[in-house]
Design a binder for this molecule. Sequence first.
Ligand code: 13P
Ligand code: SF4
Length: 326
Amino acid sequence: MTALEAAKPASRLYERVSRVIPPIEWPVFEADVEAILRLKGERGAIILAHNYQTPEIYHCVADVVGDSLMLAREAAKSDARVIVMAGVHFMAETAKLLNPSKTVLIPDADAGCSLAESISAEDIALMRQRYPGAPVVTYVNTSAEVKAASDICCTSANAVKVVESLGVPRVIMTPDEYLAKNVAARTHVEIIAWRGRCEVHERFTAADIRELREAHPGAIVLAHPECPPEVVAEADFAGSTADMIKYVGAKRPARVALVTECSMSDNVAVQYPDVEFVRPCGLCPHMKRITLKKIRHALETMEGEVTIDPAIAAPARRAVERMLAL
Ligand code: 13P
Ligand code: SF4
């Protein structure tokens, strides 16, 4: 968002979301949008928003939107005094790791992730004992402690590249079992998986995709690699949330189904009015904890600051920076 846009009255911003937010609902958001735009200026803050945030956050107050990889890169290079993460806790922690001198705020500290919950640093140590010599590739959807116990991080956008960059025949890949299996299908490197699952993507089935194709002939199906491998096998393309958006932008399918979190379709539909979105989605309760009101509250009070024990931060940062350097 440019400074000029930030100075627009919030009602002008309604044009951006009028396709997905009914006019009757807009007054509920308007005062908070207005206040957030003002507070960002006063605090020297930027808002980084994940692609799963609701449209009024994504289109009306965010400075940068993207997948986990993009948000990490943007956090690393930001010169804002304050970074507000409109996303889940691990994303805010990653921002703090990469730009430790900044104040990083998470509008709701309970915005977690089932994958991050599924593994501890002790579990990583046990995996290392069981598979000596195998490096540990850890999905960014984890706590700083787990990252600190790992050799390198990955996101859904770069997982195959990260695994192959290590030049070894076998790696441990945690915590997402399905991401690990989907990567294994695309590489000769042997992948030892953990048993974590995304509570949103694990629910999709191959039968759902077949039914969707029958009900919506010609729909192009894009799936997130946190989906079970049978779902990815039924899809036309699998990729990170940003890769799915790029696909829609580049190919402009007449009809598309994004097999992922619900807000993605709303957000992308605003950008591509010529594309029909079929919505076979699931809600992420953690992403949905972040609201305009909580973003406003964070900026008003500066509550929700993310801190990381320096002894954990140093090795965790190494694992994330090693990924970014690729
Ligand atoms: P992306 O990195 O693809 O945006 O995925 C993050 C996430 O939490 C997906 O569930
Ligand atoms: Fe975690 Fe899944 Fe929610 Fe993404 S969608 S934040 S992986 S629970």
